[in-house]
Design a protein. Structure first.
Length: 148
């Protein structure tokens, strides 16, 4: 009985060493985690895939490793998407006669228009929606917006 117990202890010690060696051989580690609730968002690019959940209690925390960095939260660091309002070339939120001079500048000197209206998306000048801007093909649709 004594030799059986001694053999069992040796086997248990050998198994423990085997598992420890296997654990040390891993290239990746998970230093910490949080269990978050609700939703599931996925994104992929090339060989990478990222998933997150809505309602993260770790929002605002910067997580990093190697060359990668991830900030938890609701679209952390992402600027708000500009509001596209075709014909609103002075970006005051309305299409009116106040947009005529900015529209003329947009068509005649796009760089000067961008300087005078830096936060205004250029897509606002694509009145006919053909994806080309600035474009003289937007003149008649612009007039129609103002008169109609």
């Amino acid at each position: 009985m004594k030799s059986t117990m001694h053999l069992s202890t040796r086997m248990l010690a050998a198994l423990a060493l085997l598992f420890a060696a296997a654990a040390l051989a891993d290239e990746f580690s998970l230093d910490w985690y949080s269990i978050d609730g609700g939703g599931d968002l996925w994104t992929t690019a090339g060989d990478f895939e990222l998933s997150g959940t809505v309602g993260q209690p770790d929002a605002g925390v910067v997580m990093s490793g190697g060359d990668f960095e991830l900030t938890g939260g609701f679209w952390a660091g992402a600027p708000a998407a500009p509001v596209i309002l075709p014909g609103d070339l002075n970006c005051d939120g309305t299409v009116d006669f106040g947009d005529i001079n900015p529209f003329v500048l947009y068509l005649s000197n796009f760089a000067a228009w961008q300087t005078s209206c830096p936060d205004c998306p250029p897509e606002n000048g694509d009145i006919n929606g053909d994806g080309t801007y600035p474009d003289f093909g937007d003149i008649n649709p612009f007039v129609a917006l103002l008169t109609g």
